[in-house]
Write a new protein. Sequence first.
Length: 370
Amino acid sequence: MSVQELLQLPENSRCADCGQPEPVWASCNVGVFVCLDCSGVHRISSIGKVKSTQLDYMEHDLIQFMRRHGNKKSREEFEAFVPPFYYRPTEKDCRVLREQWIRAKYERREFVSDVKSPYSVDYKEGFLWKKGRDNGQYLKRLFIFSESEGLLKYYTKDKRMGPKGMFPIKSLNAMFQCEKMKHEHGLEITCVRDGRTRSIYVYHEDGAEIVTWYNVLRSARFNYLKKMFPDTPELELIPKITRCYMKSGYMEKTGPTQKETFKKRWFNLDSEERKLLYYKKPLDPYEQGGVFLGSSEAGYQVMEGLPNGVKGNKWEEGITIRTPQREFIFTCENIKEQSEWLQALREVIARPMSTQDTAEEAGFRKLSLN
C-alpha cells in the first residue's frame, strides 16, 4: 500500500490533531497524518520528524510504519483517557490551543492512562498578566482558583489585602482572544453580575501555563454543571462548559428614536446567553448596552435593510432587529459583514426559548441601546 492509498483511508482523511481535511504531512515518530500547521508543532517539539507526503521521499519502512499506526490507532493510544472537560481544538482555534493539545498528547502523554488529570484540581494559584481596567497596561496579578468556594479571584499585591475581583464559577466563561488582544496567549474571562457582563483580559508568557488555567476553569465549570443538572447527559453539558462568541466585530448603531447619529461600536454575540452586547472599545471591561434575542415564536425578527427614511452614517448595509418592545437599527461596513451578522442573529432567534431564557429576557429589558 502506497502513502497516497493510506491517505485515502477514511481514518486518515483528516488531520489527527485538529481535524483539518486532507492532511499531507506524516509525523514519522508517531505515525499520524497531520496538516501543515500541526506539522510545524511536531517539528519544533520533541515529538519528532515530519515529512511531506507530496514532496519528500517516503521510504518503504516508513510507509509500513505509517500503515501499522495511522490516525485511528494512534488516537486510541494517545487519546484513550482525555477528560470530557478538556478542550479539543479544531483547525479554527488559535495556535496555543493546538500546540498544547499536541504536546499534551505526544510529549507529556497525559491521556494514555487513567491517572487523575492535572487539570482536575481543587485549588490553583499563580501569576497572570492582567489588562488594567483604566490605563490599559498589563500588570502582574496573583490569581487563585478555589473549587470549594466556587470562585476565581485575583489580587493586586498581597492576599492579605483581599481580592480585587471575584468571578463565580456559576457564570464564568473563558475564551482565547489572541487576535483581539494582540497576544498569542490572550485569554478573556467573563462573568455575569447584576445583569452585566464583566470581562478581564489576561495572558501568561508560557503557553502551557495559560492553557492549563483554561482547562482548570473548564474542569471546575464541568463539575458545577454536573451538580446542577445531574440527570443531563455529559455530552449535552460539554458545549455549555465554556463558549466563544458566535460573532464579533464592528457595526454602527443609532438610538431608540432612529434619528440619533450612528456611532461605531464593537459587538459580541453570545448565542448561549442570547445577547448581542456592544462596547465602545473591543477590550472594555463592561458592555454599554445590549439586545436580548428571544425566539421568532415570541415575536423577534431579524431583517435585512433599514426602515424607510433611516440612513446610516458611513456604512449603508443595514440590519433591523425587531423585539416586542422596539426596533434596533445597525449598519455594517460591507455586504459580507452584513450577511454574516444576519446569519448568526437569525440562527439565535430560530432556537426556541427555555424557561431560563424567559427569565433572562425579563431581567434584560432594562438594558437597551440608548
